[in-house]
Ligand binder design. Structure first.
Ligand code: ADP
Length: 703
């Protein structure tokens, strides 16, 4: 094994999340990928831990003197916004289906075969949540299925029937005793091509650096800027470029949404006319398109059925979301197989594509797709794709006993439901989430929304990689959305952008710092603390700018009310909506960015802010804890300290950090400027994460 390759020695219990430092000493340990273990030395804001002295300076502040204690006036008590994160949604419900769960020993034997994870892992896949053997031998479960979730109404089957395929069936035969459902709402599959058809537009380029080039396929529900809902879209966009720059052949498979930003797709053309994707007892006819999105090679799958899977007003938010993405996952892998593509790595993202490894190892491996290995990245554990037994009928996973098993897809919390994300974890060769701290929080700190036992079972193949940001998009030296470009040596020009921001939002031009919040107005983001911070900032002689929007009407209304309440203030502006261009001006023009999240898998806003010399004030959770290091209390070297951090989710915690930031701005401007520059100098590009993902790919290829 070459020295540059990560070896599973790092899984040793002694290996802790802060692998970065160890990696510097030991080249065989992967840089920023850390297994989900408790961090050894988290940056603690002692001020927050001891609310009685919220602004107490560090005992040994070294060269950076802590900001002096400000006088903290009590913030006005405001009616609070929703606090609790929304529960994981269960999308489908209740049609009885019999699920006979086999006894545990057989389960272990069975799972060792299809799941190509580490042999050690496969041998111990019995999860803590599994029922007692005697209790599971003959359980008959009522499985939830929502009638509306059925894919097609009978009258919807208008596609011309075609002959049954002569090729090996892609769908397992119905198990004995399983009622043969008359699901004839879809047409049958036509004779598929006898030989897989090659549709490579070009041969993968081979770059002979010190490591072999890989053929990597990303299968994702979103990619910026053509179809973006959240950070996942940015990750797919940024990571694919980095992997390609490093000499790999990268292709991306996406749904062809009717509402995509087609103006960002170059040279879109049909490349595969008749892709028939098995679905229920028949198949759905699809067309595959190819186009470039800023040099990225993208395939877009368009199904032709009355389900209109991707032909809707928005990307998510429909009753049949689970079935829509189960179909997309099946279509993506069917396309790989039919077109003769055998990537080294298939990289899937979130629950929407988590069935891909299930399909690969349940169906396609025995059809000859023995080569690919699968990496699954989980961007947020809150959404898992929890559904009922209808999924099995739709996808051809026709063995309820096999799949309604705690070792495979059975949901840990809802015994009558299946969980797509869980299936992805079980079947993938490696699972990542988007920061080492979030990996630890999800496995060991109760942040896994019910998947904690599954993560424990599979901990040997679970780790965290902090996202990067795209330095082509986020670069104050060349950013065309801001009037004054600047870099670390011309940082004073940032104040021209501050003036421009004030002008645009009609804020007073005074000596005050600007505190900003940019993000989805979701309870996850700590909205009650955002609200608290607005009033606190105004009292502390700072200005406040908010840019955000919410899919929840109630939350939007709360913020509209707040906006009306503060309308007269010359020091506050709330912009409720989504505005990418304005976000650039805020990142450039603000002095501080606030991220007080309840939980934050990675967080991109603080990374972008660092790049723009805007000092982050964050809560110490998830990726925020891994990327922002407190000016006064971090154990890091002075030049690595880049912001303010608080721990407790309450007003006192928030004030302890934001108060120090505002005091430093006024009283120690030189120190504040150093913080700004430290952030600008740090590398939060895709450089490190790109290398880390390649190490993971190499690792699962060589196993
Ligand atoms: P999440 O993925 O949870 O939404 P992230 O911090 O990972 O949060 O990513 C948020 C991204 O979306 C950032 O690039 C941020 O600038 C952008 N963003 C969020 N809300 C808005 C908005 N209202 N207008 C413009 N950009 C926004």
């Amino acid at each position: 094994m070459p020295a540059s390759v990560w070896i599973p020695l790092s899984f040793h219990p002694g290996y802790v999340a802060a692998a970065g430092a160890a990696a510097a000493k030991n080249p065989i340990i992967l840089g920023n990928i850390s297994m989900a273990k408790k961090p050894t030395s988290p940056d603690k804001t002692k001020a927050a831990a001891k609310p009685a002295k919220p602004t107490a300076p560090a005992k040994k502040p070294a060269a950076a003197a802590p900001s002096p204690a400000p006088v903290i006036p009590a913030a006005p008590t405001q009616e609070t916004l929703p606090l609790e994160p929304a529960p994981v949604e269960v999308v489908a419900t209740e049609t009885p289906v019999e699920a006979v769960v086999p006894a545990a020993p057989e389960v272990v034997a069975a799972i060792a075969e299809p799941v190509p994870a580490e042999p050690e892992t496969a041998a111990v896949v019995v999860e803590p949540v599994a029922a007692e053997p005697e209790a599971v031998t003959a359980v008959v479960e009522t499985v939830p299925v929502e009638p509306e979730a059925a894919v097609v109404e009978p009258e919807a089957a208008e596609i011309v029937a075609e002959p049954v395929p002569a090729a090996p069936p892609l769908i397992d035969p119905e198990p004995e005793g399983e009622p043969a459902e008359p699901q004839s709402t879809h047409v049958e599959e036509p004779l598929p091509d006898q030989e897989p058809v090659e549709v490579h537009l070009e041969e993968p380029e081979v770059h002979h650096h010190h490591r072999p080039s890989l053929f990597i396929v990303q299968i994702a529900p979103e990619m910026a800027p053509v179809a973006k809902v959240g950070g996942l879209a940015d990750v797919v966009f940024g990571l694919t470029r980095e992997l390609a720059i490093r000499g790999n052949h990268v292709e991306i498979i996406l749904p062809k949404y009717s509402g995509m930003r087609y103006d960002h797709i170059y040279d879109l053309k049909e490349v595969y006319k008749d892709l028939w994707v098995p679905w229920y007892d028949g198949a759905i006819h699809c067309t595959v398109y190819f186009g470039f999105v800023y040099d990225r090679k993208c395939f877009f799958i368009e199904p032709h059925s009355n389900d209109n899977f991707f032909n809707r007003g928005s990307i998510y938010g429909f009753k049949d979301d689970v079935l829509r993405y189960a179909f997309f996952s099946r279509a993506a892998i069917e396309f790989l197989w039919k077109s003769g593509k055998h990537p080294d790595i298939i990289h899937c993202h979130d629950w929407q594509t988590a069935l891909v490894p299930v399909f690969l190892y349940e169906f396609y491996q025995r059809l000859g797709m023995t080569h690919p290995r699968v990496c699954l990245t989980i961007h947020n554990f809150q959404h898992q794709g929890v559904t009922g037994a209808e999924l099995l009928k739709a996808t051809g996973l026709h063995d309820p006993a096999r799949f309604f098993d705690y070792n495979r897809l059975r949901d840990n919390q809802h015994p009558n439901a299946l969980n797509l994300l869980k299936g992805g974890i079980v079947y993938s060769n490696f699972v990542t989430t988007v920061s080492p701290r979030y990996a630890y929080e999800t496995k060991d700190q109760g942040q896994g929304f019910g998947l904690e036992p599954t993560l424990h079972t599979h901990h040997l193949k679970y780790g965290g990689v902090v996202n990067g940001i795209d330095y082509d998009v986020w670069n104050p030296e060349v950013d065309r959305h801001i009037p004054a470009q600047y870099g670390v040596d011309t940082i004073e020009r940032k104040y021209d952008d501050k003036r421009a921001l004030r002008h645009r939002l009609m804020l007073a031009d005074n000596a005050k710092p600007i505190v900003a919040f940019i993000g989805r107005l979701d309870p996850q983001k700590g909205l009650d603390l955002v609200r608290h911070a607005i009033f606190y900032s105004l009292q502390r002689d700072a200005q406040f700018v908010l840019l955000g929007s919410s899919p929840y009407q109630g939350i939007n209304e709360d913020f509209w009310n707040l906006k009306r309440m503060l309308n007269e203030s010359p020091d506050c502006h709330l912009e409720i909506g989504f505005d990418e261009e304005l976000s650039h001006l805020i990142y450039a023009g603000a002095d501080m960015i606030l991220v007080p999240s309840r939980f934050e898998p990675c967080g991109l806003t603080q990374l972008i802010a660092l790049r723009y010399g805007t000092v982050p004030v964050v809560r110490s959770v998830g990726g925020l804890a891994d990327t922002v290091f407190d000016k006064d209390y971090s154990h890091r070297a002075l030049h690595e300290r880049n912001g303010y951090v608080f721990e407790n989710y309450d007003g006192t915690g928030l004030e302890s950090a934001l108060g120090r930031a505002i005091s430093c701005y006024y009283e120690y401007p030189d120190h504040f400027r150093e913080l700004m520059k430290n952030g600008m100098r740090s590398d939060n590009s895709w450089n490190h994460p790109g290398r880390d993902y390649l190490n993971i790919y190499d690792y699962i290829r060589e196993k």
